[in-house]
Design a protein around this ligand. Structure first.
Ligand SMILES: Cc1ncc(COP(=O)(O)O)c(C=O)c1O
Length: 491
């Protein structure tokens, strides 16, 4: 009998449910492990028994509910308002605080929150033909994306190579009459350091400009760490001049993906975030966020996660994370040739190599081969290449194993030696302009690096070395081309 089901997404005859699930599980086997504390990026795992099941059940309850119209589905509005209130309270807003009128929206993620913060700031100043935003280079790349999508000019501010923070005087100097938004991170993703938010907000306020605090990464950890006694500088609505804050619940609130909260100090500041349209024959449309139809699943799952873990749960998870960070930092300090880029002050451990015989990109591959998945960061603007570890509570029980694995991987990386790309390839990467890239050149480069259609190589050190040799604009173009090779229809 012929198998009419085939392997494609749309078989001629439908496939039984159990088999479909088996197929998905088989595909998932190739993925990095989302649970178990060995993946230091992309996922946030609290390691709490039963939490996944609860979130999945809550997600399923509301998956078909549509956030397009809050009057049709009051359940979603109620959960969204509850989640926004929880985030606002945690971040210094709400009744009885200096920011009693905080309002907010649930978005699909940090990037959407940041795009909307920029949109609100831009649309509050329709008088400006060429609005601009001031962003430290350590700010998340999503601000550049927002600037690109919204045609807002980006004024980057350098960061000090030692503190990894912008100088407040440089931020002040970057503010122009056309500036609509100044940004601070709490903390930055790359290095996990908290910007001088109070000082940045003060210079923004003095210029009459909004100040957004990107707490997408740290907004749900810094408050608990502070309660546990970690020194955390003021970064939330208690700081005068902070006009909006973003915090991602799909990061350290440990909710399934698809949930972030964008808060504004008051409804007037939020108003230009909305889009309403009545100039067509269809339903009257009003969208607080970018998506129009949006599933209630992620909001319900986040609501369930917050209620189930509660303050005591998050405090416990923050304590585990804090201890894991300290243990991982010690493991880095114990390896000759490795150096912490910054003393950890939040939930990131970031290290570099001072020894030219120890190639960080090879080290990352050696760690991967041992089942530890870390994130390489390319050298940039005087900052060295580094390895980033996002640390979550599930890492705590693994810390004792990480130290020996890191030492072993470092020894293996030293023994293997640094990546040596052909000199002509390196020269090409250093001199090519994005415009000079032809399809043949791209195909040749990809083949040389082992990047085939639909597959990435096991070892990425050569790819990272080539990208690092390229100027920023060429890096971007190569990334687009390489990922374009991966995203091909599976005919
Ligand atoms: C500080 C910060 N801002 C924004 C983002 C973007 O978030 P998302 O990936 O949810 O769009 C991230 C993601 O890591 C982040 O760390």
């Amino acid at each position: 009998m012929t198998d009419t089901a085939g392997t494609g997404a749309l078989p001629v005859e439908g496939v039984p449910a159990a088999r479909v699930l088996d197929e998905i599980r088989a595909l998932r086997a190739a993925d990095r492990p989302t649970h178990g504390g060995r993946l230091f990026a992309y996922v946030y795992d609290p390691g709490v028994a039963g939490l996944d099941e609860l979130a999945q059940a809550a997600h399923a309850e509301s998956a078909h509910v549509n956030g397009l119209d809050p009057t049709a589905f009051p359940s979603l509005l109620a959960m969204e308002n509850a989640v926004v209130a929880a985030a606002a309270r945690l971040l210094g807003g709400g009744p009885g605080t200096s920011a009693p009128d905080v309002v907010g929206s649930v978005t699909s993620g940090g990037t959407e929150s940041l795009i909307l913060a920029v949109k609100a700031a831009r649309d509050a100043r329709p008088d400006l033909a060429e609005p601009r935003i001031v962003v430290p280079v350590s700010g998340h790349a999503a601000f550049a994306k927002a600037a690109h999508y919204l045609r807002v000019a980006l004024d980057p501010v350098p960061v000090d190579p030692v503190t990894l923070r912008p100088a407040v005087a440089d931020v002040a100097a970057a503010i122009r009459p056309e500036t609509v938004l100044v940004v601070a991170s709490a903390p930055s993703y790359a290095h996990g350091v908290v910007d001088p938010v109070a000082e940045i907000a003060a210079v923004a306020a003095a210029a009459g400009v909004r100040c957004h605090v990107d707490a997408c990464f740290g907004g749900w950890t810094l408050p608990w760490l502070r309660r546990l006694g970690t020194p955390v500088p003021p970064f939330d609505f208690t700081v005068p001049g902070v006009t909006s804050i973003s915090v991602d619940l799909h990061k350290y609130a440990y909710a399934p993906k698809g949930v972030s909260v964008l808060l504004h100090r008051d409804a007037g500041l939020r108003a230009p975030q909305f889009f309403a349209y009545a100039d067509w024959p269809g339903y009257t449309m009003v969208n607080p966020v970018i998506a129009s139809t949006r599933s209630g699943g992620p909001i319900a799952a986040a609501y369930a996660t917050l209620r189930h873990l509660g303050e005591d749960g998050y405090l416990r998870l923050a304590a585990l994370t804090r201890d894991a960070v300290a243990g991982l930092a010690d493991a880095v300090r114990a390896v000759d040739g490795l150096r912490l880029v910054a003393e950890p002050e939040s939930t990131v451990v970031c290290f570099t190599a001072d020894d030219p015989g120890l190639d960080l990109f090879v080290l990352v591959d050696e760690l991967t081969a041992r089942g530890w998945h870390t994130q390489p960061q390319l050298a940039y603007a005087g900052l060295p290449a580094s390895v980033h570890l996002t640390v979550t509570a599930a890492v705590a029980p693994r810390v004792a194993e990480f130290g020996p694995a890191l030492a072993e991987a470092a020894a293996a990386a030293r023994a293997a030696g640094p990546v040596v790309l052909p000199p002509e390839l390196l020269a090409l990467a250093g001199s090519l302009t994005p415009e000079a890239l032809t399809p043949d050149l791209i195909a040749g480069l990809a083949a040389g690096l082992g990047l085939g259609a639909g597959a990435a190589p096991d070892r990425m050190a050569a790819v990272n070395t080539l990208l690092q040799a390229a100027p920023v604009r060429l890096r971007e173009r190569l990334l687009v081309e390489f990922v374009g090779l991966l995203q091909r229809p599976a005919w």
